[in-house]
Design a protein around this ligand. Sequence first.
Ligand SMILES: [Fe+2]
Length: 293
Amino acid sequence: MQEQPAENRRPDNGSVRSAADRRGGTGLLCREHAVDIHSHTVYGVDDGSGTLEEAVELLRLDREEGMDVVFSTPHFGIENGYAPDARLVASRFSQLEERAADAAPGVRLYLGTEWYCAENIVDRIRRHEAWPMHATDYYLVEFLEYQEMSEPAETMIRRLSAMRKAGYHPILAHPERYRAAQEDWTLIRRLHDDLGVLMQVNAYDICLNTKARTRDLAQWMAEERLIAFIGSDMHGLPPKRTPRMREGIQWLYGHTDPAYADGVVRRNAEKYLGVEPLPAARSLDGSLPSPGR
Ligand SMILES: [Fe+2]
């Protein structure tokens, strides 16, 4: 395996490790009442679910993973191959809500978009070409993530800066997957600290992804408290990406502190994205997690 550049090596953070060890690492399982802010569950508008039935099944599976709330965030950006009409998206989202009430009870749905963060992203937002996250000023945005098509750090900084200057709040989708971030982890800190970009990590990437460069970056972001939200980024039934949330959530509770993990798993979605308050999660033994536990 290629060795990480020196600046990317994980700091020897004894307090994080020992806290996890004290709790037995995986002893807590506070996975219910969680919010998945990233899914491709509006059918037939991108490379996500192809039918209403498939979308409903995804929601049912996500519910089994402990999700109370799911954001439907179809791709939008012709560069990524998808530019669905916003009204079509809204009408299919309504269909999904209607069906999910019976077929996936217990799941609340919110509408958003995964915008491709194009050079003219601000103009696209101003033209209301797609939806923000549940009628807020927060926008889930992505860059190209394939090795041969990935975008350099300067491009990411320039476009995210333009959004912030225009008064919009970007949420960066799965930063752990971008080559520029994997090659220099400090890019994430710059975007977070200097630009106020909030980060959404795919829960799967935290401990299930077999690519070490992706998993290591996701875990470092958690240890450095740089993650604001988690998502499944579920696309469909196999062989597409299905929701895998519980292991990542369990890792967060085992390796960070309960207050931070609660924020990532649900409270930040209430704070920033207009999600109605959710009950506190309980761990397997029925106790409520408390700061300092
Ligand atoms: Fe996505």
